[in-house]
Write a protein that binds this ligand. Structure first.
Ligand SMILES: NC(=O)c1ccc[n+]([C@@H]2O[C@H](COP(=O)([O-])OP(=O)(O)OC[C@H]3O[C@@H](n4cnc5c(N)ncnc54)[C@H](O)[C@@H]3O)[C@@H](O)[C@H]2O)c1
Length: 341
C-alpha cells in the first residue's frame, strides 16, 4: 500500500492548495472534510490541477468510528490537520461550538492516530496565539496569549500537542503559525470561498472590485502605523502550502520533534497598501470609508522568519502584487462560473 497523507479540512482554502502540492510532490492524499465551510467540487479542481484525484471522505474529525476505519484501511504516514472553525467574531458568539469543533475535534483525531500508531502531524496554528504583540517582528518565543475563543482554541491545541510530545516518544509535530494567508492558485481554479460576508480583508476587497459589494470599510485609521491603518504580514497561500510540505518533510527526517514555526513573509503592509495593490492588479477602483477601529484588532503584526528558514529551509517568495493578481483571477473566474460565461 502506498503511504498516504491524511488531510483534514482538505477542501478548505489552505488545505486544498496544500493537497495540490502534496500530490505534485508524489504523495497520495486522503481528504477528510465535513464541508461545513467548503464544497466537494474542490476535489475535482485539485484533480484538474495536479492530474491525480485525491481520495475524499465527507465526514467529521469528531467521528471516532470513521477515523478508526480511515486509519485501518489506509497506510497513513502523516496528518496535515487543517480542519477547524476560524471566524474570530463567530467564536465569541459560539464559544462552545469552537471548543467542540477545534479542541475536541483535534483530541478525537489524535486519539485515533495514537491507536493506529501514526505519530506525524502538521497543525494549522495561527499568529493569533501571540495576542497583542509586545515586540516586532514576532519571533516564535514571543509570549502567547489569547484575546478571543478562536485564539484560545489554537493555544490549547498547541499545548495538547506539546503534552503529547512530552508524554510519548516518537511524535513528530509541527505547529505552524500562519500570519495572513491570501491569494489563490495561479490556475484560478481554487481559492478562498467565504460563505456570506467575508471576515478577512482580501476577499472583501476582491468582492468590492468585482462590484459584488459597494464599498470597503477600513476599520481604524489612527493606529500608530505609517498611514494610520492596520499593518499585517500577508502571505501567498502557495507559499504557505510550500511551507507545509517543508515542515512535513523535515518531520519525516526526524525520530521525534516538536516545532513551532512562523509562516509569514517578514514584511508588513497596511490596509491601504493592499487596496492600492488590488486596484493595480484588477484595474478597478476600490471605494472605501475610514471607520472607527474594531474592538480587539491590533495595530501591526509581522513575522520573524529566521526560524522557518534555518529549521525547515523554507522562505516565502511571492509578493503582494502576485497575491492580488491571483486573488483577482480567482474572483473573476468564480463570477464567470456564476454567470455561465
Ligand atoms: N485563513 C486564515 O486566515 C488562517 C489563519 C491562521 C490559521 N488558520 C487555520 O488554518 C486552518 C485552515 O484554514 P482555512 O482558511 O483553509 O479555512 P477553511 O474554512 O477554508 O478550511 C477549513 C476546512 O475544515 C473543514 N472543517 C471544519 N470543521 C471540521 C470538522 N469538524 N470535521 C471535518 N472538517 C471540518 C471545513 O469544511 C473547511 O473545508 C484552520 O484551522 C484555521 O483556523 C487560518
Amino acid at each position: 500500500m502506498t503511504s498516504t497523507i491524511l488531510v483534514t479540512g482538505g477542501t478548505g482554502f489552505i488545505g486544498s492548495h496544500t493537497t495540490v502540492l502534496l500530490q505534485q510532490a508524489g504523495y497520495r492524499t486522503l481528504v477528510l472534510d465535513n464541508l461545513c465551510n467548503s464544497s466537494a467540487n474542490v476535489i475535482d479542481r485539485i484533480a484538474q490541477i495536479s492530474g491525480t484525484r485525491p481520495d475524499f471522505i465527507q465526514g467529521d474529525i469528531r467521528d471516532p468510528a470513521l477515523l478508526d476505519t480511515l486509519f485501518k484501511n489506509n497506510n497513513i504516514a502523516g496528518i496535515m490537520h487543517f480542519a477547524g472553525l476560524k471566524a474570530v467574531g463567530e467564536s465569541t458568539r459560539l464559544p462552545l461550538q469552537y471548543y467542540d469543533n477545534n479542541v475536541n475535534g483535534t483530541v478525537c483525531l489524535l486519539l485515533a492516530a495514537q491507536k493506529a500508531g501514526v505519530k506525524t502531524i502538521v497543525f494549522s496554528s495561527s499568529a493569533t496565539v501571540y495576542g497583542d504583540p509586545i515586540s516586532l517582528p514576532i519571533t516564535e518565543d514571543h509570549p502567547r496569549s489569547a484575546t478571543n475563543p478562536y485564539g484560545h482554541t489554537k493555544l490549547v491545541i498547541e499545548d495538547i500537542l506539546e503534552n503529547l510530545y512530552n508524554a510519548e516518544p516518537g511524535w513528530r509535530i509541527a505547529r505552524l503559525r500562519y500570519f495572513n494567508p491570501v491569494g489563490a492558485h495561479p490556475s484560478g481554479l481554487i481559492g478562498e470561498a467565504p460563505q456570506g460576508t467575508p471576515n478577512n480583508l482580501m476577499p472583501y476587497v476582491a468582492q468590492v472590485a468585482a462590484g459584488r459589494r459597494e464599498r470597503l470599510q477600513v476599520f481604524g485609521s489612527d493606529y500608530n502605523t505609517p498611514d494610520g491603518t492596520g499593518v499585517r504580514d500577508y502571505i501567498h497561500v502557495m507559499d504557505l502550502a510550500q511551507g507545509h510540505l517543508a515542515a512535513l518533510q523535515h518531520c519525516q527526517t526526524k525520530d521525534s520533534t516538536l516545532l513551532s514555526v512562523n509562516l509569514g513573509t517578514g514584511n508588513g503592509f497596511s490596509v491601504l497598501d493592499m487596496v492600492r495593490a488590488f486596484e493595480a492588479a484588477s484595474g478597478r477602483a476600490i471605494p472605501y470609508d475610514l471607520v472607527p477601529r474594531r474592538p480587539g484588532d491590533i495595530a501591526a503584526c509581522w513575522a520573524d522568519t529566521q526560524r522557518a528558514e534555518a529549521l525547515i529551509g523554507w522562505k516565502a517568495t511571492l509578493g503582494i502584487n502576485q497575491m492580488c493578481a491571483d486573488a483577482w483571477r480567482w474572483e473573476t473566474g468564480q463570477a464567470n462560473q456564476a454567470t455561465g460565461s
